[in-house]
Design a protein around this ligand. Sequence first.
Ligand SMILES: Nc1nc2c(c(=O)[nH]1)N[C@H]1C(S)=C(S)[C@@H](COP(=O)(O)OP(=O)(O)OC[C@H]3O[C@@H](n4cnc5c(=O)[nH]c(N)nc54)[C@H](O)[C@@H]3O)O[C@H]1N2
Ligand SMILES: Nc1nc2c(c(=O)[nH]1)N[C@H]1C(S)=C(S)[C@@H](COP(=O)(O)OP(=O)(O)OC[C@H]3O[C@@H](n4cnc5c(=O)[nH]c(N)nc54)[C@H](O)[C@@H]3O)O[C@H]1N2
Ligand SMILES: [Mo]
Length: 556
Amino acid sequence: MTGLATAFGSGAMTNSIADLENAKAILVIGSNTTEQHPVIGTRIRRAARKGTKVILADPRAIDLANIAAIHLRHRAGTDLALLNGLAHVILKEGLEDKEFIANRTEGFETWRSTVEAYTPERVSDITGVPAQDIITAARLFATNSPATICYAMGITQHTVGHNNVLAVANLTMLTGNIGKPGGGVAPLRGQNNVQGACDVGGLPNFYTGYQRVADQGARAKFEKAWGASLSPQPGLTVGEMLNAAHDGRIKAMWIVGENIAMSDPDAAHVRAALEHLDFLVVQELFMTETAQLADVVLPAASFAEKDGTFTNTERRVQRVRKAVAPPGQARADWQIVCDVARHVVSSFKALELKGSDNLKPETWNYETPSQIMDEIASLTPSYAGISFERIETRGLQWPVPNSTHPGTPLLHTEKFSRGKGLFSPVEHQEPAELPDSTYPFTLTTGRILQHYHTGSMTRRVAGLEQLAPEERVEVNPDDAARLGLADGDWVRVSSRRGTIESRAWVTDRVGRGLVFMTFHYAEALSNVLTNTAVDPVAQSPELKVCAVSVEKATKS
Ligand SMILES: Nc1nc2c(c(=O)[nH]1)N[C@H]1C(S)=C(S)[C@@H](COP(=O)(O)OP(=O)(O)OC[C@H]3O[C@@H](n4cnc5c(=O)[nH]c(N)nc54)[C@H](O)[C@@H]3O)O[C@H]1N2
Ligand SMILES: Nc1nc2c(c(=O)[nH]1)N[C@H]1C(S)=C(S)[C@@H](COP(=O)(O)OP(=O)(O)OC[C@H]3O[C@@H](n4cnc5c(=O)[nH]c(N)nc54)[C@H](O)[C@@H]3O)O[C@H]1N2
Ligand SMILES: [Mo]
């Protein structure tokens, strides 16, 4: 999700959550906000009650469709055409923000020439959305200013995910919705601390604060601080690691808090890759499907059993505090990591391995998480002014460049990180795997309110299991009639990679030809079916589109 980095310098929410209520229009594209970000979903509902126009672009009729001024129900994987089509109409009707474009952006004319081809009629052919609805939505977005765009996995988990994010940035700049309250772009981050994990370098190509591994200056700074020589080569993404494990280029893996045996696409491939490793360590709260494949399981403390910080989707660095003691031998992740690191350094030294003389086991002697934050602050311009002391009562939104800076609720008020915002031409491209005569349906996958991902946590909660005990494949009523399916019947869903069986939910939440599944249930797992094709830039797999067949199954 680094797409916006190229457009205007940051992949994070430009504004704050509360600020959504200042928007006159909100385009929600590829986000089931009320189910997946309920707090933010509530803000959107409240805004709509006060008159904000909600424009929903989602192939499914999710809850937000009930409050939307218009629901663009496009074919999955056609967001680029749709976004270009909205821009086309705005330009044709002269609704663009000419002053903003002139003063704050570049590349406009080149981009404009590509958007010219996306007439409402052509976009209607590609997306299945009536041309008039495209025109109406474009007018709603451009004339109700300020306007925000919220997006999530519905547009990023595609082979064109990166370009989709650029198209969102183009539309935002076209309408001058940057650097002002109620405007902006809201990429809704997923996990409680995925923003923080990315901020502190949990990505293959960045150190903390998005300082590039390939940048010599940044590297020199970290080499000095850590007394070690560092590789200029970016690391591998999860998908690349699995491929490397599969063909023996990676021999050992240490997985901290991910259940990839269930959450990565093409589960058979994932399992084969993990089984091919010589050595697998899994650091977990529970004996997950992935942990069961491990040689060693390291028991970790959960969020409520340790101190630290989480950085939320509005870039706010907040304290988490230990409320209960961890069970058994479980310890905080940072303690486990530091212990292993000290042992590794000591054994490298004992073996007199090349380069090990500079390494110091003491580098890993932190006593508290607050010391780790001090080190982050010392090496990261956007976190420079953050300390546990300052966030004791209320979190701070980065960038916080110094110890008296109040934090930054609103990004890009004067200029973008790269100077001028860049319009990037992006063309519609079909998903990697399209329906055909053998696999005539499109499968899209995601979540429901009641469960979290692979269910390793939520499926242990009796109340949630009662509410949502099993997978229910969403099938459109017309398709169901053709297949002879009644609501609650068993179906067999197959792709080129595997087959699952589960109950069907006959519902017009999905349009004809589309089926929806979660990845919450090990016994009927959509990732047995999904495709590993990835976006060439962001490397995110196309979890939102693959081709499947659907048949009635006999199981009862
Ligand atoms: N209850 C609950 N909440 C969660 C999570 C959870 O597992 N459970 N997970 C968290 C995490 S890590 C994340 S990343 C977020 C994910 O949050 P979201 O991205 O909102 O959730 P998803 O269900 O993956 O998909 C969002 C929407 O994309 C739509 N969609 C599918 N294909 C397309 C397409 O081609 N184009 C468009 N425009 N839309 C499409 C789906 O119909 C769905 O409504 O949720 C977070 N919140
Ligand atoms: N088909 C399909 N697949 C998808 C997606 C999709 O939309 N469709 N979405 C993708 C997305 S956006 C995401 S984010 C991934 C999520 O994929 P995962 O992250 O693999 O899924 P989780 O079930 O959240 O697994 C997290 C694990 O961390 C453990 N855990 C929780 N807290 C801690 C802790 O403090 N320390 C340690 N060590 N462990 C902890 C939990 O017990 C849990 O087993 O799934 C991806 N997979
Ligand atoms: Mo996520």
